[in-house]
Design a protein around this ligand. Structure first.
Ligand SMILES: C[S@@+](CC[C@H](N)C(=O)[O-])C[C@H]1O[C@@H](n2cnc3c(N)ncnc32)[C@H](O)[C@@H]1O
Length: 245
């Protein structure tokens, strides 16, 4: 690629392990971009590829409702694209695995007839597969924790289940640090899972290494013990439920 075919907007994922997992094509695109917005812990690493890097973290963890935050950040990125091509929005993981800002950016890019490119990255689904040695070919269901419970999505206990954002279960707004964890915060999730699994069924609360101060974590507990383990369910963890054999 050369700058003649530079897109207006690139949606890029670094992978979970930060700059060590970034793909060659993502690296190449970033090195040609004039401005990079990101929500990762890789400000310095990204600056080694593109000199103009803006961390959007301050505008993300504001305590506001997610929809308001996503729209504001997408609007800011699109405003920059209006100054010319070669703008990137970078997140950790895969850019279209569970990322509402990038979905909003695609919506706006289509509406404005912008030329955009989405480049894949290694998602937490990939790293959890290797950390926990899961072959998703056996069958896989993936849900966001609150969506699972409040929209009563049915679970199939005979295939793998990956439940995202359990660390935000029982919270509404985007806040840092972790929301307080009163007893019972995970009771609704636990009760919902008990409809499909025996109370003794073992689940894993897992976090894959990010290559920064957030390192790999795994904790196994029974379905009946999820709320009792609430202090270990921190922001960023995922729950893995193995199939009932
Ligand atoms: C908004 S989603 C973003 C997913 C990201 N785009 C990806 O490709 O993995 C955030 C959720 O992904 C999961 N997640 C993100 N990073 C993780 C990690 N290092 N280990 C385990 N799960 C992770 C958690 O469930 C977290 O709440």
């Amino acid at each position: 690629m050369n700058n003649d075919n530079l897109a207006d907007l690139y949606l890029i994922g670094t992978g979970i392990l930060g700059m060590r997992q970034i793909s060659a094509e993502a690296y190449d695109a970033l090195s040609r971009c004039r401005k990079v917005f990101h929500l990762t812990s890789n400000q310095e690493g990204l600056k080694m590829i593109c000199p103009d890097v803006v961390d959007n973290a301050g505008e993300y963890w504001t305590g506001e409702r997610p929809g308001i935050v996503y729209k504001r950040i997408a609007d800011k990125v699109v405003a920059e694209v209006k100054n010319g091509p070669g703008v990137a929005n970078v997140i950790y993981g895969h850019p279209l695995f569970f990322d509402d800002i990038n979905i909003e950016l695609i919506r706006q890019a289509r509406e404005l007839d912008l030329n955009y490119v989405v480049l894949p990255g290694i998602s937490c689904l990939d790293t959890l597969s290797t950390d926990l040695e899961i072959d998703y070919g056996d069958g896989l269901q993936v849900y966001e924790a609150q969506d699972l419970v409040f929209n009563e999505h049915p679970l199939n206990p005979r295939v793998h289940a990956v439940i995202l954002q359990i660390g935000l279960f029982g919270t509404q707004n985007l806040t840092i640090p972790n929301a307080p964890c009163p007893e019972g915060r995970f009771s609704l999730l636990q009760q919902y899972l008990e409809k499909y699994y025996s109370p003794d069924h073992l689940v894993t609360i897992a976090f894959s290494d990010r290559g920064d101060e957030w390192t790999r974590f795994q904790l196994q507990c029974r379905v009946s013990e999820i709320d009792a383990n609430r202090k270990n369910i921190f922001k960023g963890t995922t729950m893995y439920i193995p199939p009932v054999r």
